[in-house]
Design a protein around this ligand. Sequence first.
Ligand code: GFB
Length: 320
Amino acid sequence: MKKKSKIYLAGHIGLVGSTIMRKLESEGYSNIVTRDLSELDLTRQTEVETFFAQEKPEYVILAAARVGGILANNTYPAEFIYDNIAIQTNIIHTAWKTGVKRLLFLGSSCIYPRECPQPMKEEHLLTGLLEATNEPYAIAKISGIKMCQSYNRQYKTNFMAVMPTNLYGKNDNFNLETSHVLPALIRKFHEAKVANKFKAEVWGTGKPRREFLYVDDLADACIRVMTLEDKVFSSLLKDGTTPLLNIGSGKDISIKELAFLVKDIVEFPGDIEFNSEKPDGTFQKLLDVSRMNSLGWKPETGLKEGIKRTYKWCLDNSIF
Ligand code: GFB
């Protein structure tokens, strides 16, 4: 991927897409194509085909998806499976038809089995049952990986899937009904502080463990994969292997520890109340990131620093 290459960034407004956009621009990529939902509905096959025929992108970064936290996944399983399968099917298939040189498909660490050995390696895919709260989303993402693998095997395409761990950062979703845990805790503790409340609620038992990655580090990893030398890139796809790369920080933390860390950063003086009526989800999701590390990538932003930057961004942009 060269600075002048035509790159289609699908999903440029969300947490991941907007960060990749900023990073591409700051690195001097000058021919990035985007479309808002009002201009292009990615769940509509003919709209996607017309768009690719007109724009003829050389590279595709597929960050468009229906995403959300544990409650959103559990409440809207139909949208999570339908939208994701439709979006990725239309884009991956049309990318093959129009000869796209390289495609990057973004998934999530929830593709791995619920009882997966930790840390979870790429080869653990499809070795066990999935976590119930996000099974439809995980099935959609696994289908996307398998599409990339099938097209690579049959048509010699260069389609790669990257599986990030739980992400957070600027431009995240801070809606308490649909967000992930980290933005939710920032908001809950901030609002409790401002309202002089004595306590704030954290869902579940606090025992599950999660790995967090600052989204700027993910963007860096994505661009690194898209700019790998052909020789290195194709070695990752050889013999029809699953085109899969885990992207994470390599460290996890319990939700309880996370809650105390966020409470500290936000300076909420009250108590934390765990509500065990709310679901815990998977007990642990820690990625083995040795494959990505062997490609020369390592995250730069520690969890505390990343949360501080995210909270500052919220305050600077009057998010709450
Ligand atoms: O981030 P989260 O919604 O997603 O929840 P998952 C992680 C953990 O934090 C769960 C707890 O154990 C939640 O119960 N938690 C505590 C909270 N307080 C809160 C809160 O106020 N809001 C939220 N949202 N959680 C999602 C999947 O799983 O993560 C997706 O459903 C995807 O498919 C994504 O993989 C990365 O890590 O459980």
